[in-house]
Design a protein around this ligand. Structure first.
Ligand code: SF4
Ligand code: SF4
Length: 181
C-alpha cells in the first residue's frame, strides 16, 4: 500500500480545479449559442420553391407516409397550377425521399431542428408556410448547388486521424455561433 503525505491529494485536486479556470469552455450555451450544423442536415422541416414547382406530384408519390397533399388545376398554358401544397410535418420522418424524387429541385430539406409545436394542427404546413424565408432556409441535402453556398459545419470534437481518437477543437466564441435559425 502506498501512503502519501497528508494534504497531497487536496493539493492535486485544487491544482486541477485551478487549471480549468484558465481553460477555454468546451461546451456551447445552447440555445443562446449554436454550432453551425452540417451543410446536408435533414432538419425537421421542408422548404418548397413555388417558382420551380410544376405540380407534377412526384414528391407526393415518393413519400412513404403519404404526408404531401397536392391539388392542382390546368392553367391557360396547359400547365398545372398548384392550388394546394400541404405537408403534415407531424407524421414526417424527414427521410428526404420526396426531395430526392423532385425532378425540378423545387423541394429541399430545411436546416432548422427546432420546429416543435404545442398544437397538432400547427405542424401541418401550407404552401405559404413552406416557402423560403429568413427563418426557413434550405439545406444542401441532395442539392449540391445549395450545399456549396452554405457555411462549413463546426464541431467541438473531431476525429484525429493521426492518433486515431477523438480530439477537442478550441473555437473562439464568435466561430461557435451558428446560424441560429
Ligand atoms: S421527408 Fe420523407 S416522410 Fe417527410 S414528406 Fe418527404 S418523403 Fe415524406
Ligand atoms: S415539389 Fe417537385 S416533385 Fe413535388 S410537385 Fe413540385 S415539382 Fe413535382
Amino acid at each position: 500500500m502506498k501512503f502519501e503525505r497528508y494534504g497531497i491529494g487536496i493539493a492535486k485536486g485544487m491544482a486541477l480545479t485551478f487549471k480549468h479556470l484558465f481553460r477555454a469552455p468546451i461546451t456551447v450555451q445552447y440555445p443562446e449559442e449554436k454550432l453551425a450544423v452540417s451543410r446536408r442536415i435533414r432538419g425537421n422541416e421542408l422548404v418548397w420553391f413555388l417558382d420551380k414547382c410544376t405540380g407534377c406530384a412526384t414528391c407526393a408519390k415518393a413519400c412513404p407516409q403519404g404526408n404531401i397533399e397536392i391539388v392542382t388545376h390546368v392553367g391557360d398554358e396547359n400547365n398545372y397550377v398548384v392550388d394546394k401544397f400541404e405537408v403534415d410535418t407531424g407524421r414526417c420522418m424527414f427521410c428526404g425521399l420526396c426531395v430526392e424524387a423532385c425532378p425540378y429541385d423545387a423541394l429541399a430539406m430545411g436546416r432548422s431542428y427546432e420546429r416543435a409545436q404545442y398544437r397538432r394542427g400547427d405542424v401541418i404546413l401550407n404552401k405559404e408556410q413552406l416557402q423560403m424565408s429568413d427563418i426557413r432556409q434550405p439545406s444542401g441535402y441532395a442539392r449540391p448547388k445549395i450545399e456549396a453556398t452554405l457555411p462549413r459545419q463546426n464541431l467541438l470534437v473531431y476525429w484525429d486521424k493521426k492518433k486515431g481518437g477523438q480530439k477537442l477543437r478550441w473555437l473562439s466564441l464568435s466561430k461557435k455561433r451558428g446560424r441560429g435559425v
